[in-house]
Design a protein around this ligand. Structure first.
Ligand code: AP5
Length: 213
């Protein structure tokens, strides 16, 4: 199964992709996590991506597409995957289709998670992420049992440098201008489903699982 989660920054893509992948027995592939991993490893891609990410801008298509094509060809991804944060432009969507076609596969479902801008700002302002397993927490909505420590793996929690107010508003604007056109793109292809992302994490999880069943 090949699923795409679309939605603005803070919509809950990472939170939901992690639990969906566990429920469905498929792999969670997050373009943002892959880029942050490149930064930690100090690769050329990571170093180039850093300034775009800090400013809340998209990393150029030619860098992202190669990174994702390489990831989806790995053996663990052959059982299927949920893509979180990719594609973000029509060019990326077309490249993904082509890569899947080459493997005799296709996208099964695209789920667009909608959340108001006011709620997105509250969520990103209170987000903490595990440095080790990337699980996202929120200081009010989904706090860890012990402050600063991941419930799942015991890793340290940190705040992302692009969760500062200026970068958050840029990311929301960039989503509206460059990624929202994908909603129409996939609607016209007939595989788009919309989910209200404003309920509790559990309620949104149920809606998502029904949307891909
Ligand atoms: P990326 O890492 O993909 O970030 P994003 O899309 O901005 O999304 P986020 O990770 O911020 O939010 P999310 O939707 O995953 O929300 P989460 O589940 O954490 O991209 C970062 C940067 O990398 C981009 O700006 C760009 O520079 C670059 N990049 C990445 N992919 C790219 C691409 N394809 N092309 C070009 N550039 C690319 O939840 C947020 C918070 O809300 C958490 O605290 C969570 O606990 C809480 N929460 C979640 N759900 C709920 C709920 N239902 N109720 C209450 N709280 C909730």
């Amino acid at each position: 199964m090949h699923i795409i989660l679309l939605g603005p920054p803070g919509a809950g893509k990472g939170t939901q992709a992690k639990s969906m992948s566990e429920s469905l027995g498929i792999v969670h592939i997050s373009s943002g996590d892959l880029l942050r991993d490149h930064q930690v490893r100090g690769t050329e891609l990571g170093n180039t991506a850093r300034s775009y990410m800090q400013q809340g801008l998209l990393v150029p298509d030619e860098l992202i597409i190669g990174m994702i094509e390489e990831r989806i060809r790995l053996p663990d991804a052959q059982v299927g995957y949920v893509l979180d944060g990719f594609p973000r432009t029509v060019e990326q969507a077309q490249a993904l289709e082509k890569a899947l076609e080459d493997q005799g596969e296709a996208i099964d479902r695209v789920v667009n998670i909608s959340v108001s801008e006011e709620e997105l700002v509250l969520r990103l302002g209170g987000r903490w992420i595990c440095r080790q397993c990337q699980r996202p927490y929120h200081e009010v909505n989904s706090a860890p049992r012990k402050q600063g420590v991941c419930d799942d793996c015991g890793g340290d929690l940190y705040q992302r440098e692009d969760d500062v107010p200026e970068a958050v508003s840029r990311r929301i604007k960039v989503f509206a201008e460059q990624t929202a056109p994908l909603i129409r793109y996939y609607r016209e292809k007939g595989n788009l489903v919309g989910v209200d992302g404003e309920g509790s994490i559990e309620a949104v999880r149920e809606s998502l699982l029904s949307a891909v069943a």
